[in-house]
Design a protein around this ligand. Structure first.
Ligand SMILES: Nc1ncnc2c1ncn2[C@@H]1O[C@H](COP(=O)(O)OP(=O)(O)OP(=O)(O)O)[C@@H](O)[C@H]1O
Ligand SMILES: [Mg+2]
Length: 254
């Protein structure tokens, strides 16, 4: 894989009169954690769905590992999707399957692994996310944080080159959020894959990001390290950062 895992060029997407993406340009570095921040309703999920081919843009290009994907047939796009793991905003588990089968699903769909190989892979992934011994539980028996961890295990199970995370810490309490963020950081440090994370949780995201991109009015208006973004002089960025300050937080640890 080249240094740039995902290259987005002049991407535009409108729904009716509403222009959500208005010329997105972004290069996502391979083997790094890139976080896209921006306000709720700003188009972060729409951007991610374009990357994975669930939404087609009106114009622009998306290059993944050197292949332009917006013009691919559904079948060719399916092959590209094999490179991806995805943790959806609502962990999107199969409610009728226990944890083991949820995590095993991509292996059964996309590989010819034997049941023994599947068992050892799934158990290893469940262990990585701290859910050893839970494989027979149903999603409805789990807390929100546990469901996210199952989603993470499933996103990791095929050893994908690129993992997309849509709001990995939304709807979680602050302690569980930190656990999930640390888990994301640890797995990325270990596997060195490309992680693209979208979130409006700035405090959390600045803990794990190598690079941060700020989405505003349909464009990426800032790109840099968390350190760069924290020192931004751009009014929209400053306003966004200030709006998320929590009582007692000085900004010093961002
Ligand atoms: N399939 C769709 N059809 C019509 N409008 C859509 C569709 N998907 C998203 N939108 C609109 O696009 C805008 C951006 O939505 P999106 O879900 O990308 O926001 P977001 O930045 O992910 O917000 P949040 O942080 O709350 O998840 C919203 O106004 C939304 O209503
Ligand atoms: Mg969203």
């Amino acid at each position: 894989m080249e240094d740039v895992a995902i290259r987005i060029v002049d991407l535009q997407k409108s729904f009716g009169e509403q222009r959500v993406l208005d010329g997105i340009n972004l290069e996502v570095e391979a083997g790094k954690i890139t976080v896209i921040i921006g306000k709720s309703g700003g188009g972060k999920s729409v951007l991610l769905k374009n990357v994975i081919g669930l939404i087609k843009p009106d114009s622009g290009e998306i290059w993944i590992d050197g292949v332009e994907t917006t013009s691919l047939s559904e079948r060719d796009m399916n092959n590209i999707r094999m490179k991806f793991g995805m943790l959806f905003q609502e962990a999107a588990l199969f409610d009728s399957m226990d944890l083991f089968d949820n995590v095993a699903f991509p292996l059964r769909e996309h590989t010819k692994m034997s049941e023994n190989e599947i068992t050892s892979t799934v158990e290893e992934r469940l262990k990585q996310v701290g859910l050893t011994g839970f494989s027979e539980k149903m999603p409805s028996e789990l807390s929100g944080g546990m469901r996210k961890r199952v989603g993470l295990a499933r996103a990791l199970v095929l050893d994908p080159e690129i993992i997309l995370f849509d709001e990995p810490t939304s709807a979680l309490d602050p302690i569980i959020s930190l656990t999930i963020l640390d888990l994301i950081k640890q797995t990325q440090t270990y596997f060195k894959k490309t992680y693209l994370v979208i979130s409006h949780d700035i405090l959390g995201m600045f803990r794990i990001a190598d690079k941060v991109a700020m989405l505003y009015n349909g464009k990426i208006i800032e790109y840099g390290t968390p350190h760069d973004i924290k020192r931004s002089t751009n009014e929209a960025t400053k306003e966004f950062l200030n709006a998320t300050k929590i009582p007692g937080f000085t900004g010093g640890d961002l």
